[in-house]
Design a protein around this ligand. Structure first.
Ligand code: RAM
Length: 543
């Protein structure tokens, strides 16, 4: 968020407080917090040990230039670690949890501390790229390297920090000539709240799609902790946009709807004083929102998550309890509408996130996101018998749809254009389709035209790609959706993914929004949605 945006957010919160003098949901928040607390899930635990010792190989044909080669079953346990010096272990799959190891003095007595360095990583290149001098735009603290000084050996040590990784390198940094020692045991306690998959695939499901589904589920499972986290390695928090996609994938896999409820209530309990939701909420180190992170697209998508939750569970009590939050998000968003029914990008004091793609013009997609939110929120209101409170929504949808077509649909070129430069992006097409601004026939044309033009701004990652597949399915491009999904997510599998990545451009392995690719999360919630498509459309993906 830039300074101008931050100042505008603070100003709007302050002026709201001056005007109303109190918190919008003050009387409800303690109850919401209590429900959030009481629905905190239990974490399932699993004890795991490494399956192989591995050797790093620099290989230009490998993803990001590095891969690991197996050296067989690890056999360091009985060895003098001073002779081992360094070892890299493969735990066989991505895991999240807590690491413990045991040391044993082999001769004489410990006459000095021992210093060990542990490096946990999700991907081979992350493990083998020097971290310093630090070039990342997010904290160096996210990287999972730890130095431990052992003053007392012959006992178990558990690292306090939760780790998320597949590979672990242990290096001896310092020891004494006076005695030898071994790392005679180590294990990892993996944690997740996901439980077991409840939705098996059809027998007819082809192997490559089965594999994509397996990796999607592993991704979701790893991100299902005490909240739906965005990434267990980095961020560790509940983002509204990620939650929407996770809740959809959860429907066709773990069906843990109590966790969705828990997350919906956390957002509500921590809403800003003006009743507007923050884009993300921390589960740890301390419960609370990321103050100042106001992202209107994420506020709106929260409403859709509540609607989908209601459809999944029939939990009218929750939907009714949280209805006023949903209504407030729309009320707030509507303040940025111009009299000609176009969302005013220049007036909005907020972050409008759709993708990390630099230079993306969001005018058209924001208009569509507003229409989609109005529709979903109206459906929610109708289901809980509150349609009367928002009876203006259908007319607004109509007017905004008409305005959207006029401002952004180029009838001659049969494509959606956005902003002063008439930018063509995939996301402008997909959101207009999702919002029903384009008919399925127009949508098909628009997607085909956009994909055919080399100048089109493509999605930069799985979050935006989800919306492309979604739009393709809405407008009946079933074969193309399947091909795209197999190509995109299957591409990650072919490059070695055992959980899906935060960033993926098939033509640019080093793509990162953080100036340093090892910071990317290799197990990222918003990448788990093949599970949703495969489960929702079995006739398209499982035959
Ligand atoms: C990144 C994270 C997160 C996402 C935000 C908008 O920082 O990956 O998942 O929701 O962007």
């Amino acid at each position: 968020m830039n300074l101008r945006t931050l100042a505008a957010v603070l100003l709007s919160v302050a002026s709201f407080t001056l005007l109303y003098g109190q918190d919008y949901f003050e009387s409800s928040k303690p109850g919401w917090l209590e429900i959030a607390r009481s629905t905190t899930p239990v974490l399932h635990e699993e004890i795991l040990r490494p399956v192989a010792a591995v050797r790093a190989v620099q290989d230009p044909s490998a993803f990001q230039g590095w891969r690991y080669e197996s050296l067989g079953t690890p056999d360091f346990h009985a060895k003098n670690f001073k002779e081992v010096g360094e070892i890299t272990l493969d735990f066989g799959r991505h895991i999240t949890g807590y690491f413990s190891f045991h040391t044993k003095v082999l001769n004489n007595s410990q006459d000095a501390p021992v210093k060990l360095k542990f490096m946990f990583g999700e991907l081979p290149a992350e493990m083998n790229t020097p971290l310093d001098p630090w070039k990342g735009t997010l904290s160096r603290g996210w990287m999972q390297d730890e130095i431990v000084t052992l003053t007392d050996m012959d006992e178990w040590v558990t690292l306090p920090r939760r780790m998320s990784f597949r590979y672990l390198r242990i290096e001896l940094l310092g020891s004494s000539a006076g005695f030898d020692f071994a790392i005679d045991d180590l294990f990892f306690k993996a944690v997740s709240s996901a439980g077991e998959n409840q939705v098996p695939l059809l027998e007819t499901c082809p192997e490559e799609i089965r594999e994509i589904a397996r990796v999607s589920e592993a991704t979701l499972k790893e991100c299902m902790q005490t909240v739906f986290e965005d990434g267990p390695k980095r961020d560790h928090r509940l983002w509204s946009g990620d939650l929407y996609l996770q809740s959809l994938a959860n429907r066709y896999s773990f069906r843990n709807f109590e966790l969705v409820k828990h997350c919906l209530y956390m957002f509500a309990a921590f809403a800003g004083e003006n009743g507007v939701l923050w884009s993300n909420v921390y589960d740890f180190p301390k419960w609370g929102p990321q103050y100042g992170s106001y992202c209107l697209t994420y506020c709106l998508i929260w409403n859709s998550t509540l609607l989908e939750y209601l459809k999944d569970t029939g939990d009218y009590q929750t939907a009714t309890d949280l209805w006023k939050v949903a209504k407030r998000q729309i009320e707030d968003a509507m303040t940025y509408m111009r009299p000609d029914n176009i969302f005013d990008i220049n007036a909005r004091p907020v972050w409008l996130f759709f993708d990390h793609r630099a230079g993306l013009d969001v005018n058209a997609m924001m208009q569509a996101a507003m229409i989609f939110a109005l529709k979903d929120t109206y459906e929610l209101a109708t289901m809980i018998g509150c349609a009367d409170e928002v009876k203006e929504y259908p007319a607004l949808v109509k007017a905004m749809t008409k305005a959207a077509r006029k401002a952004y649909y180029d009838k001659d070129k049969e494509i959606v254009v956005s902003g002063p430069g008439a930018q063509v992006s995939i996301l402008s097409q997909t959101w207009m389709i999702k919002a029903g601004v384009l008919s399925p026939k127009e949508g098909r044309k628009a997607i085909v035209n956009a994909l055919a033009d080399p100048e089109t701004l493509m999605p930069s990652g799985p979050y935006a790609t989800h919306y492309l597949i979604d739009a393709m399915m809405i407008c009946g491009m079933h074969e193309q959706a399947r091909e795209y999904l197999v190509d995109y997510w299957g591409g990650m599998v072919r490059k070695g993914a055992d959980t899906f990545w935060e960033c993926y451009d098939p033509d640019d392995d080093m793509l990162t929004p953080y100036s340093f690719f090892p910071l990317n999360s290799a197990c990222h919630a918003w990448s788990c949605t093949p599970t949703y498509f495969i489960g929702k459309y079995p006739e398209v993906f499982q035959k």
